[in-house]
Design a protein around this ligand. Structure first.
Ligand SMILES: Cc1cc2nc3c(=O)[nH]c(=O)nc-3n(C[C@H](O)[C@H](O)[C@H](O)COP(=O)(O)OP(=O)(O)OC[C@H]3O[C@@H](n4cnc5c(N)ncnc54)[C@H](O)[C@@H]3O)c2cc1C
Ligand SMILES: NC(=O)c1ccc[n+]([C@@H]2O[C@H](COP(=O)([O-])OP(=O)(O)OC[C@H]3O[C@@H](n4cnc5c(N)ncnc54)[C@H](O)[C@@H]3O)[C@@H](O)[C@H]2O)c1
Length: 457
Protein backbone atom coordinates (compact mmCIF):
# COMPACT_ATOMS: atom_id res chain seq x y z
CA UNK A 1 0.00 0.00 0.00
CA UNK A 2 1.41 3.37 -0.99
CA UNK A 3 1.58 6.45 1.18
CA UNK A 4 -1.01 8.95 0.00
CA UNK A 5 -1.42 12.69 -0.42
CA UNK A 6 -1.62 14.98 2.62
CA UNK A 7 -4.67 14.40 4.79
CA UNK A 8 -5.53 11.11 3.08
CA UNK A 9 -4.54 7.95 4.92
CA UNK A 10 -4.95 4.25 4.49
CA UNK A 11 -5.88 4.15 8.17
CA UNK A 12 -6.80 6.72 10.78
CA UNK A 13 -6.70 5.58 14.39
CA UNK A 14 -8.80 7.68 16.73
CA UNK A 15 -7.29 7.66 20.22
CA UNK A 16 -3.71 7.17 21.34
CA UNK A 17 -4.39 4.47 23.91
CA UNK A 18 -3.32 0.93 24.50
CA UNK A 19 -4.47 -0.53 21.19
CA UNK A 20 -4.05 2.53 18.98
CA UNK A 21 -0.37 3.27 19.40
CA UNK A 22 1.07 -0.20 18.69
CA UNK A 23 -1.40 -0.62 15.82
CA UNK A 24 -0.26 2.67 14.25
CA UNK A 25 3.35 1.46 14.20
CA UNK A 26 2.44 -2.00 12.92
CA UNK A 27 0.29 -0.73 10.05
CA UNK A 28 2.96 1.83 9.10
CA UNK A 29 5.60 -0.93 9.09
CA UNK A 30 3.34 -2.85 6.68
CA UNK A 31 3.54 0.10 4.29
CA UNK A 32 0.16 1.70 5.09
CA UNK A 33 -0.04 5.48 5.42
CA UNK A 34 -1.28 5.95 8.97
CA UNK A 35 -2.42 8.85 11.16
CA UNK A 36 -3.27 8.72 14.84
CA UNK A 37 -5.57 11.39 16.29
CA UNK A 38 -5.21 12.23 20.00
CA UNK A 39 -7.18 15.01 21.68
CA UNK A 40 -5.38 14.98 25.03
CA UNK A 41 -2.30 13.01 25.98
CA UNK A 42 -0.71 10.02 24.32
CA UNK A 43 -1.02 6.89 26.44
CA UNK A 44 -4.66 7.41 27.40
CA UNK A 45 -6.09 6.40 30.77
CA UNK A 46 -3.49 3.78 31.64
CA UNK A 47 -0.41 5.94 31.35
CA UNK A 48 -1.78 9.32 32.37
CA UNK A 49 -3.99 8.62 35.38
CA UNK A 50 -4.79 4.89 35.51
CA UNK A 51 -2.56 1.82 35.80
CA UNK A 52 0.80 3.59 35.81
CA UNK A 53 0.37 6.31 38.45
CA UNK A 54 -2.07 4.31 40.60
CA UNK A 55 0.38 1.43 40.88
CA UNK A 56 3.20 3.88 41.60
CA UNK A 57 1.12 5.48 44.37
CA UNK A 58 0.11 2.06 45.73
CA UNK A 59 3.83 1.22 45.93
CA UNK A 60 4.36 4.26 48.20
CA UNK A 61 1.44 3.09 50.34
CA UNK A 62 3.06 -0.34 50.66
CA UNK A 63 6.33 1.23 51.82
CA UNK A 64 4.47 3.24 54.50
CA UNK A 65 2.59 0.13 55.59
CA UNK A 66 5.75 -1.99 55.75
CA UNK A 67 7.56 0.73 57.70
CA UNK A 68 4.69 0.76 60.22
CA UNK A 69 4.99 -3.04 60.53
CA UNK A 70 8.77 -2.93 60.97
CA UNK A 71 8.51 -3.83 64.67
CA UNK A 72 6.97 -7.21 63.75
CA UNK A 73 10.28 -8.04 62.02
CA UNK A 74 12.40 -6.85 64.93
CA UNK A 75 13.37 -3.63 63.21
CA UNK A 76 12.97 -0.28 64.93
CA UNK A 77 11.60 2.50 62.72
CA UNK A 78 10.36 5.48 64.64
CA UNK A 79 7.89 8.14 63.58
CA UNK A 80 6.71 6.96 60.14
CA UNK A 81 5.13 9.90 58.38
CA UNK A 82 3.96 10.45 54.84
CA UNK A 83 4.79 13.40 52.60
CA UNK A 84 1.65 13.11 50.49
CA UNK A 85 2.69 15.79 47.98
CA UNK A 86 5.93 13.87 47.38
CA UNK A 87 3.99 10.62 46.89
CA UNK A 88 1.82 12.29 44.25
CA UNK A 89 4.85 13.94 42.67
CA UNK A 90 6.56 10.55 42.34
CA UNK A 91 3.47 8.93 40.78
CA UNK A 92 2.97 11.87 38.39
CA UNK A 93 6.66 11.76 37.47
CA UNK A 94 6.51 8.06 36.58
CA UNK A 95 3.42 8.75 34.51
CA UNK A 96 5.15 11.67 32.73
CA UNK A 97 8.24 9.58 31.93
CA UNK A 98 6.07 6.89 30.33
CA UNK A 99 4.13 9.51 28.34
CA UNK A 100 7.30 11.25 27.18
CA UNK A 101 8.57 7.92 25.82
CA UNK A 102 5.44 7.67 23.67
CA UNK A 103 5.66 11.33 22.60
CA UNK A 104 9.28 11.00 21.50
CA UNK A 105 8.35 8.03 19.31
CA UNK A 106 5.98 10.18 17.28
CA UNK A 107 8.06 13.39 17.31
CA UNK A 108 8.95 14.36 13.77
CA UNK A 109 7.68 11.04 12.37
CA UNK A 110 5.78 11.21 9.12
CA UNK A 111 4.35 7.71 9.24
CA UNK A 112 2.58 7.11 11.53
CA UNK A 113 1.70 10.79 11.83
CA UNK A 114 0.32 12.22 15.07
CA UNK A 115 -2.65 14.57 14.60
CA UNK A 116 -3.55 16.66 17.65
CA UNK A 117 -7.24 17.29 18.33
CA UNK A 118 -10.66 15.77 18.82
CA UNK A 119 -11.65 13.54 15.91
CA UNK A 120 -15.22 13.05 14.71
CA UNK A 121 -16.73 11.54 11.59
CA UNK A 122 -18.18 14.02 9.10
CA UNK A 123 -19.24 11.59 6.37
CA UNK A 124 -18.63 8.62 4.14
CA UNK A 125 -17.00 8.57 0.69
CA UNK A 126 -16.93 5.89 -2.04
CA UNK A 127 -13.86 4.25 -0.57
CA UNK A 128 -13.62 5.52 2.96
CA UNK A 129 -14.55 8.13 5.53
CA UNK A 130 -14.09 11.84 6.19
CA UNK A 131 -13.34 13.14 9.66
CA UNK A 132 -12.64 16.44 11.32
CA UNK A 133 -9.55 16.32 13.53
CA UNK A 134 -9.18 19.49 15.59
CA UNK A 135 -10.53 21.65 12.72
CA UNK A 136 -8.66 19.89 9.89
CA UNK A 137 -10.48 17.70 7.40
CA UNK A 138 -8.97 14.23 7.03
CA UNK A 139 -9.89 11.30 4.80
CA UNK A 140 -9.15 7.66 5.54
CA UNK A 141 -9.89 4.34 3.88
CA UNK A 142 -10.26 2.58 7.23
CA UNK A 143 -10.83 3.92 10.75
CA UNK A 144 -10.08 2.35 14.12
CA UNK A 145 -11.94 3.73 17.14
CA UNK A 146 -9.88 3.43 20.35
CA UNK A 147 -11.22 6.34 22.34
CA UNK A 148 -11.32 4.75 25.81
CA UNK A 149 -13.63 5.63 28.67
CA UNK A 150 -14.25 8.22 31.37
CA UNK A 151 -15.70 8.26 34.88
CA UNK A 152 -19.38 7.48 34.80
CA UNK A 153 -20.86 10.20 37.00
CA UNK A 154 -23.94 8.70 38.69
CA UNK A 155 -27.25 10.58 39.04
CA UNK A 156 -26.60 11.76 42.58
CA UNK A 157 -28.43 14.95 43.51
CA UNK A 158 -26.07 17.82 44.33
CA UNK A 159 -23.00 16.18 42.76
CA UNK A 160 -22.82 18.97 40.18
CA UNK A 161 -22.49 21.56 42.93
CA UNK A 162 -19.63 20.05 44.90
CA UNK A 163 -16.02 19.38 44.03
CA UNK A 164 -15.05 15.73 43.91
CA UNK A 165 -12.11 13.57 42.89
CA UNK A 166 -12.23 11.02 40.08
CA UNK A 167 -9.81 8.65 38.37
CA UNK A 168 -9.03 11.50 35.98
CA UNK A 169 -8.33 14.18 38.61
CA UNK A 170 -6.81 12.49 41.69
CA UNK A 171 -3.24 13.21 40.59
CA UNK A 172 -3.79 16.97 40.77
CA UNK A 173 -4.80 16.81 44.43
CA UNK A 174 -1.54 17.13 46.40
CA UNK A 175 -3.13 17.65 49.81
CA UNK A 176 -4.11 14.54 51.74
CA UNK A 177 -7.89 14.31 52.21
CA UNK A 178 -8.64 14.18 55.93
CA UNK A 179 -11.85 12.14 55.77
CA UNK A 180 -12.55 10.65 52.37
CA UNK A 181 -15.84 9.16 51.18
CA UNK A 182 -15.48 6.93 48.11
CA UNK A 183 -18.52 6.08 45.98
CA UNK A 184 -18.05 2.63 44.46
CA UNK A 185 -16.77 -0.70 45.76
CA UNK A 186 -15.18 -1.84 42.50
CA UNK A 187 -11.57 -1.91 41.28
CA UNK A 188 -10.93 1.81 41.54
CA UNK A 189 -12.86 2.27 44.80
CA UNK A 190 -10.91 -0.47 46.60
CA UNK A 191 -7.46 0.30 45.24
CA UNK A 192 -7.84 3.99 46.09
CA UNK A 193 -9.46 3.26 49.49
CA UNK A 194 -6.42 1.33 50.66
CA UNK A 195 -4.02 3.86 49.11
CA UNK A 196 -5.56 6.87 50.91
CA UNK A 197 -5.99 4.91 54.13
CA UNK A 198 -2.29 3.96 54.18
CA UNK A 199 -1.44 7.59 53.43
CA UNK A 200 -3.34 8.52 56.61
CA UNK A 201 -6.87 9.48 55.49
CA UNK A 202 -9.98 8.23 57.24
CA UNK A 203 -11.82 6.35 54.46
CA UNK A 204 -15.42 5.17 54.02
CA UNK A 205 -16.50 3.29 50.90
CA UNK A 206 -20.14 3.44 49.80
CA UNK A 207 -20.43 0.12 47.97
CA UNK A 208 -23.72 0.81 46.16
CA UNK A 209 -26.93 -1.17 45.91
CA UNK A 210 -25.33 -4.52 46.75
CA UNK A 211 -23.62 -5.40 49.98
CA UNK A 212 -20.52 -6.99 48.46
CA UNK A 213 -17.37 -5.32 47.18
CA UNK A 214 -16.16 -6.62 43.79
CA UNK A 215 -19.66 -7.87 43.13
CA UNK A 216 -18.65 -10.18 40.25
CA UNK A 217 -16.42 -12.32 42.48
CA UNK A 218 -17.46 -15.30 44.57
CA UNK A 219 -18.84 -14.40 48.02
CA UNK A 220 -15.79 -15.71 49.88
CA UNK A 221 -13.44 -13.54 47.78
CA UNK A 222 -15.57 -10.40 48.27
CA UNK A 223 -15.92 -11.06 51.99
CA UNK A 224 -12.20 -11.71 52.51
CA UNK A 225 -11.27 -8.58 50.56
CA UNK A 226 -13.63 -6.46 52.63
CA UNK A 227 -12.37 -7.95 55.90
CA UNK A 228 -8.73 -7.29 54.91
CA UNK A 229 -9.50 -3.63 54.20
CA UNK A 230 -11.65 -3.28 57.33
CA UNK A 231 -8.70 -4.59 59.29
CA UNK A 232 -6.73 -1.57 58.10
CA UNK A 233 -9.54 0.76 59.16
CA UNK A 234 -11.46 1.28 55.90
CA UNK A 235 -15.19 1.63 56.60
CA UNK A 236 -17.90 0.24 54.30
CA UNK A 237 -21.56 1.06 53.79
CA UNK A 238 -23.48 -1.33 51.56
CA UNK A 239 -26.99 -2.09 50.45
CA UNK A 240 -27.95 1.34 49.14
CA UNK A 241 -26.70 3.81 46.53
CA UNK A 242 -25.66 7.35 47.25
CA UNK A 243 -28.55 9.62 46.29
CA UNK A 244 -27.68 13.11 47.54
CA UNK A 245 -24.53 15.07 48.30
CA UNK A 246 -24.38 18.42 50.08
CA UNK A 247 -21.57 20.55 51.38
CA UNK A 248 -22.20 22.37 54.61
CA UNK A 249 -19.32 24.27 56.12
CA UNK A 250 -16.13 22.28 55.73
CA UNK A 251 -18.00 18.99 55.45
CA UNK A 252 -19.66 16.93 52.76
CA UNK A 253 -22.71 14.89 53.66
CA UNK A 254 -23.58 11.91 51.43
CA UNK A 255 -27.10 10.55 51.89
CA UNK A 256 -27.91 7.01 50.81
CA UNK A 257 -31.20 5.81 49.36
CA UNK A 258 -32.15 4.22 52.70
CA UNK A 259 -31.62 7.50 54.58
CA UNK A 260 -28.23 6.73 56.14
CA UNK A 261 -25.70 9.51 55.96
CA UNK A 262 -21.92 9.52 55.80
CA UNK A 263 -19.80 12.63 56.28
CA UNK A 264 -16.34 13.51 55.11
CA UNK A 265 -14.10 16.32 53.95
CA UNK A 266 -13.66 14.92 50.42
CA UNK A 267 -15.42 12.72 47.91
CA UNK A 268 -14.02 10.31 45.28
CA UNK A 269 -16.43 9.07 42.61
CA UNK A 270 -15.52 5.58 41.30
CA UNK A 271 -18.86 4.25 40.12
CA UNK A 272 -17.80 2.68 36.82
CA UNK A 273 -16.68 3.98 33.43
CA UNK A 274 -18.53 5.10 30.29
CA UNK A 275 -17.17 4.74 26.75
CA UNK A 276 -16.08 7.90 24.86
CA UNK A 277 -18.38 7.32 21.90
CA UNK A 278 -20.93 10.12 22.25
CA UNK A 279 -18.99 12.85 20.43
CA UNK A 280 -17.64 10.83 17.52
CA UNK A 281 -20.31 11.68 14.94
CA UNK A 282 -21.10 7.97 14.53
CA UNK A 283 -24.49 8.91 13.05
CA UNK A 284 -22.66 10.43 10.03
CA UNK A 285 -21.54 6.96 8.94
CA UNK A 286 -24.63 5.07 10.08
CA UNK A 287 -22.92 3.38 13.01
CA UNK A 288 -25.11 2.93 16.06
CA UNK A 289 -23.63 2.53 19.51
CA UNK A 290 -25.24 -0.21 21.59
CA UNK A 291 -26.32 -0.36 25.23
CA UNK A 292 -24.35 2.01 27.45
CA UNK A 293 -22.71 3.62 24.41
CA UNK A 294 -20.42 0.65 23.65
CA UNK A 295 -19.72 -0.11 19.99
CA UNK A 296 -20.86 -3.59 18.95
CA UNK A 297 -18.05 -5.62 17.34
CA UNK A 298 -17.49 -9.18 16.18
CA UNK A 299 -14.64 -11.41 17.35
CA UNK A 300 -12.29 -9.69 14.89
CA UNK A 301 -13.32 -6.26 16.22
CA UNK A 302 -15.20 -5.32 13.02
CA UNK A 303 -18.09 -2.92 13.60
CA UNK A 304 -21.30 -3.03 11.58
CA UNK A 305 -19.82 -0.48 9.13
CA UNK A 306 -17.25 -2.08 6.85
CA UNK A 307 -13.86 -0.40 7.21
CA UNK A 308 -14.52 0.78 10.77
CA UNK A 309 -13.07 -1.16 13.70
CA UNK A 310 -13.28 -0.65 17.48
CA UNK A 311 -10.80 -1.60 20.20
CA UNK A 312 -10.21 -1.20 23.92
CA UNK A 313 -12.75 0.03 26.44
CA UNK A 314 -15.23 1.26 23.77
CA UNK A 315 -15.92 -2.23 22.40
CA UNK A 316 -17.60 -3.46 25.57
CA UNK A 317 -16.40 -6.49 27.52
CA UNK A 318 -13.26 -6.47 29.63
CA UNK A 319 -11.80 -2.99 30.20
CA UNK A 320 -8.12 -3.55 30.83
CA UNK A 321 -4.84 -2.44 29.35
CA UNK A 322 -3.82 -5.99 28.54
CA UNK A 323 -7.10 -6.71 26.74
CA UNK A 324 -6.80 -3.41 24.81
CA UNK A 325 -3.25 -4.44 23.88
CA UNK A 326 -4.47 -7.84 22.78
CA UNK A 327 -7.11 -6.02 20.68
CA UNK A 328 -4.18 -4.49 18.81
CA UNK A 329 -3.01 -8.02 17.96
CA UNK A 330 -6.54 -8.98 16.86
CA UNK A 331 -6.68 -5.89 14.62
CA UNK A 332 -3.19 -6.34 13.18
CA UNK A 333 -4.14 -9.91 12.33
CA UNK A 334 -7.50 -8.90 10.82
CA UNK A 335 -6.28 -5.83 8.91
CA UNK A 336 -2.98 -7.10 7.55
CA UNK A 337 -2.98 -10.87 7.86
CA UNK A 338 -5.25 -13.93 7.99
CA UNK A 339 -7.50 -12.77 10.84
CA UNK A 340 -6.69 -15.86 12.89
CA UNK A 341 -6.13 -13.95 16.13
CA UNK A 342 -9.55 -13.33 17.66
CA UNK A 343 -11.03 -12.16 20.95
CA UNK A 344 -11.63 -15.77 22.02
CA UNK A 345 -9.13 -15.57 24.90
CA UNK A 346 -8.52 -16.32 28.56
CA UNK A 347 -9.01 -12.91 30.19
CA UNK A 348 -7.07 -12.42 33.42
CA UNK A 349 -7.14 -9.38 35.66
CA UNK A 350 -5.97 -8.18 39.03
CA UNK A 351 -7.08 -5.84 41.77
CA UNK A 352 -4.03 -4.07 43.17
CA UNK A 353 -4.95 -4.00 46.79
CA UNK A 354 -2.44 -5.51 49.23
CA UNK A 355 -2.78 -8.48 49.18
CA UNK A 356 -3.51 -8.45 45.46
CA UNK A 357 -6.33 -10.36 43.86
CA UNK A 358 -5.14 -12.17 40.73
CA UNK A 359 -8.02 -13.62 38.74
CA UNK A 360 -8.73 -15.57 35.58
CA UNK A 361 -11.64 -17.45 34.09
CA UNK A 362 -14.91 -18.37 35.76
CA UNK A 363 -15.90 -17.86 39.35
CA UNK A 364 -17.39 -20.90 41.12
CA UNK A 365 -20.81 -19.31 40.75
CA UNK A 366 -20.35 -18.81 36.99
CA UNK A 367 -19.03 -22.36 36.53
CA UNK A 368 -22.02 -23.86 38.35
CA UNK A 369 -24.44 -21.60 36.47
CA UNK A 370 -22.85 -22.82 33.23
CA UNK A 371 -23.78 -26.37 34.29
CA UNK A 372 -20.18 -27.52 34.82
CA UNK A 373 -19.43 -30.29 37.28
CA UNK A 374 -16.78 -28.57 39.36
CA UNK A 375 -14.14 -29.40 41.89
CA UNK A 376 -13.29 -26.50 44.19
CA UNK A 377 -9.74 -26.45 45.56
CA UNK A 378 -8.63 -24.03 48.27
CA UNK A 379 -5.41 -23.20 50.07
CA UNK A 380 -4.83 -20.68 52.87
CA UNK A 381 -1.76 -18.47 52.48
CA UNK A 382 -1.04 -18.74 56.22
CA UNK A 383 -0.15 -22.41 55.59
CA UNK A 384 2.52 -21.54 53.03
CA UNK A 385 6.08 -21.63 54.41
CA UNK A 386 7.52 -18.68 52.51
CA UNK A 387 4.48 -16.50 53.23
CA UNK A 388 4.83 -17.31 56.94
CA UNK A 389 8.55 -16.53 56.91
CA UNK A 390 8.13 -13.13 55.25
CA UNK A 391 5.03 -12.17 57.22
CA UNK A 392 2.60 -12.03 54.27
CA UNK A 393 -0.01 -14.57 55.34
CA UNK A 394 -3.27 -12.88 54.37
CA UNK A 395 -5.57 -14.37 51.77
CA UNK A 396 -6.17 -17.69 50.06
CA UNK A 397 -6.11 -19.42 46.69
CA UNK A 398 -9.22 -20.85 45.12
CA UNK A 399 -9.15 -22.96 41.98
CA UNK A 400 -12.23 -24.11 40.10
CA UNK A 401 -11.48 -27.22 38.06
CA UNK A 402 -13.60 -29.47 35.88
CA UNK A 403 -14.29 -32.48 38.13
CA UNK A 404 -13.81 -34.95 35.28
CA UNK A 405 -10.97 -33.55 33.12
CA UNK A 406 -9.16 -31.52 35.83
CA UNK A 407 -9.04 -28.59 33.39
CA UNK A 408 -8.76 -25.27 35.24
CA UNK A 409 -11.93 -23.26 34.66
CA UNK A 410 -11.06 -20.34 36.89
CA UNK A 411 -8.92 -19.20 39.78
CA UNK A 412 -8.62 -16.49 42.40
CA UNK A 413 -5.28 -15.80 44.06
CA UNK A 414 -5.87 -13.38 46.93
CA UNK A 415 -2.30 -13.14 48.17
CA UNK A 416 0.71 -10.92 48.38
CA UNK A 417 1.96 -10.78 44.74
CA UNK A 418 -1.28 -12.52 43.71
CA UNK A 419 -1.21 -10.63 40.38
CA UNK A 420 2.11 -12.31 39.56
CA UNK A 421 1.37 -15.76 40.98
CA UNK A 422 -1.91 -16.17 39.11
CA UNK A 423 0.05 -16.39 35.83
CA UNK A 424 1.03 -19.97 36.62
CA UNK A 425 -2.65 -20.90 36.36
CA UNK A 426 -3.22 -18.58 33.39
CA UNK A 427 -0.52 -20.34 31.37
CA UNK A 428 -1.96 -23.76 32.22
CA UNK A 429 -5.40 -22.51 31.19
CA UNK A 430 -4.04 -21.28 27.86
CA UNK A 431 -2.34 -24.64 27.36
CA UNK A 432 -5.57 -26.48 28.25
CA UNK A 433 -3.51 -28.48 30.75
CA UNK A 434 -5.04 -30.38 33.70
CA UNK A 435 -4.15 -29.58 37.32
CA UNK A 436 -2.09 -32.82 37.43
CA UNK A 437 0.64 -31.05 35.39
CA UNK A 438 1.10 -28.65 38.29
CA UNK A 439 0.61 -31.28 40.96
CA UNK A 440 3.39 -33.46 39.49
CA UNK A 441 5.81 -30.59 38.92
CA UNK A 442 8.69 -29.73 41.27
CA UNK A 443 8.48 -26.18 42.62
CA UNK A 444 11.32 -24.48 44.46
CA UNK A 445 11.23 -24.28 48.25
CA UNK A 446 10.62 -21.88 49.83
CA UNK A 447 8.56 -19.87 47.34
CA UNK A 448 4.99 -18.73 47.18
CA UNK A 449 4.78 -20.66 43.92
CA UNK A 450 4.63 -23.70 46.21
CA UNK A 451 1.25 -22.43 47.39
CA UNK A 452 0.03 -22.38 43.79
CA UNK A 453 0.97 -26.07 43.64
CA UNK A 454 -0.35 -26.90 47.11
CA UNK A 455 -3.76 -25.50 46.14
CA UNK A 456 -4.23 -28.23 43.53
CA UNK A 457 -2.47 -31.07 45.38
C1 LIG B 1 -7.76 4.57 37.83
C2 LIG B 1 -7.63 3.46 36.83
C3 LIG B 1 -6.76 2.42 37.08
C4 LIG B 1 -6.61 1.40 36.16
N1 LIG B 1 -5.75 0.38 36.44
C5 LIG B 1 -5.61 -0.64 35.56
C6 LIG B 1 -4.70 -1.69 35.81
O1 LIG B 1 -4.01 -1.72 36.83
N2 LIG B 1 -4.57 -2.67 34.90
C7 LIG B 1 -5.31 -2.68 33.75
O2 LIG B 1 -5.16 -3.60 32.94
N3 LIG B 1 -6.20 -1.68 33.47
C8 LIG B 1 -6.36 -0.67 34.36
N4 LIG B 1 -7.23 0.34 34.07
C9 LIG B 1 -8.00 0.28 32.83
C10 LIG B 1 -7.14 0.74 31.62
O3 LIG B 1 -6.54 1.98 31.90
C11 LIG B 1 -8.02 0.84 30.40
O4 LIG B 1 -8.76 -0.34 30.22
C12 LIG B 1 -7.17 1.07 29.15
O5 LIG B 1 -6.39 2.23 29.28
C13 LIG B 1 -8.09 1.20 27.93
O6 LIG B 1 -7.34 1.50 26.81
P1 LIG B 1 -8.03 2.13 25.54
O7 LIG B 1 -7.03 2.02 24.46
O8 LIG B 1 -9.37 1.57 25.34
O9 LIG B 1 -8.29 3.66 25.95
P2 LIG B 1 -7.34 4.76 26.54
O10 LIG B 1 -6.03 4.22 26.94
O11 LIG B 1 -8.09 5.51 27.54
O12 LIG B 1 -7.08 5.72 25.29
C14 LIG B 1 -8.08 6.44 24.67
C15 LIG B 1 -7.51 7.73 24.12
O13 LIG B 1 -8.41 8.28 23.19
C16 LIG B 1 -8.40 9.69 23.29
N5 LIG B 1 -9.64 10.17 22.70
C17 LIG B 1 -10.91 9.98 23.14
N6 LIG B 1 -11.80 10.50 22.27
C18 LIG B 1 -11.08 11.03 21.26
C19 LIG B 1 -11.43 11.69 20.06
N7 LIG B 1 -12.69 11.88 19.71
N8 LIG B 1 -10.43 12.14 19.26
C20 LIG B 1 -9.13 11.94 19.59
N9 LIG B 1 -8.75 11.30 20.69
C21 LIG B 1 -9.71 10.84 21.51
C22 LIG B 1 -8.25 9.93 24.79
O14 LIG B 1 -7.74 11.21 25.04
C23 LIG B 1 -7.28 8.81 25.18
O15 LIG B 1 -5.95 9.25 25.11
C24 LIG B 1 -7.38 1.41 34.96
C25 LIG B 1 -8.25 2.47 34.69
C26 LIG B 1 -8.37 3.49 35.61
C27 LIG B 1 -9.29 4.63 35.28
N1 LIG C 1 -6.63 -3.30 38.48
C1 LIG C 1 -7.28 -3.05 37.34
O1 LIG C 1 -7.13 -3.74 36.35
C2 LIG C 1 -8.18 -1.87 37.27
C3 LIG C 1 -8.10 -0.85 38.20
C4 LIG C 1 -8.97 0.22 38.10
C5 LIG C 1 -9.90 0.25 37.06
N2 LIG C 1 -9.95 -0.76 36.17
C6 LIG C 1 -10.99 -0.74 35.08
O2 LIG C 1 -11.83 0.36 35.25
C7 LIG C 1 -13.18 -0.07 35.29
C8 LIG C 1 -13.99 0.83 36.17
O3 LIG C 1 -13.66 0.66 37.55
P1 LIG C 1 -14.66 1.17 38.66
O4 LIG C 1 -14.13 0.77 39.99
O5 LIG C 1 -15.01 2.61 38.45
O6 LIG C 1 -16.02 0.41 38.32
P2 LIG C 1 -16.68 -0.96 38.82
O7 LIG C 1 -17.74 -1.27 37.82
O8 LIG C 1 -15.64 -1.97 39.12
O9 LIG C 1 -17.36 -0.57 40.22
C9 LIG C 1 -18.37 0.41 40.30
C10 LIG C 1 -18.98 0.42 41.69
O10 LIG C 1 -19.78 1.60 41.85
C11 LIG C 1 -20.97 1.25 42.55
N3 LIG C 1 -21.98 2.30 42.33
C12 LIG C 1 -22.64 2.62 41.20
N4 LIG C 1 -23.47 3.68 41.42
C13 LIG C 1 -23.30 4.06 42.72
C14 LIG C 1 -23.85 5.09 43.56
N5 LIG C 1 -24.73 5.98 43.12
N6 LIG C 1 -23.44 5.16 44.84
C15 LIG C 1 -22.51 4.29 45.33
N7 LIG C 1 -21.97 3.31 44.59
C16 LIG C 1 -22.36 3.18 43.31
C17 LIG C 1 -21.28 -0.13 42.03
O11 LIG C 1 -22.17 -0.80 42.87
C18 LIG C 1 -19.87 -0.75 42.04
O12 LIG C 1 -19.53 -1.19 43.35
C19 LIG C 1 -13.14 -1.51 35.77
O13 LIG C 1 -14.23 -2.24 35.27
C20 LIG C 1 -11.84 -1.99 35.20
O14 LIG C 1 -12.06 -2.54 33.94
C21 LIG C 1 -9.11 -1.82 36.26
Amino acid sequence: MAASADNYYDALIVGGGQAGIPLAYTLAAEGWSVALAEREQLGGSCVNFGCTPTKAAIASAKVAHTARRAGEFGVRVSGVSVDFAAVIERAAGISATSREGLESGFAGADNPRLLRGHARFTGKTDDGFTLDVGGTSVEARQVVIDTGSRTNVPPVEGLGEVEYLTAESWLSRTELPERLVILGGGYIGLEMAQFYRRMGSEVTVVIGSGDRVLAREDDEVSEAMRAILEDEGVGFLGGSRAERVERSGGELAVTLGDGREVRGTDLFVATGRSPNTDELGLEKIGLEAGKGGYIPVDERLRTEVEGVWAAGDVRGGPMFTHTAYDDFRVLASAMTSDGSHTTDRVVPYAVYTDPELGRAGMTEREAREAGREVEVLRFEMKNDGKSFEIGETKGFIKVIADARTEEILGCAVLASEGAELVHIYIDLMNAGAPTSVLRDAVHIHPTRAEAIQSAVS
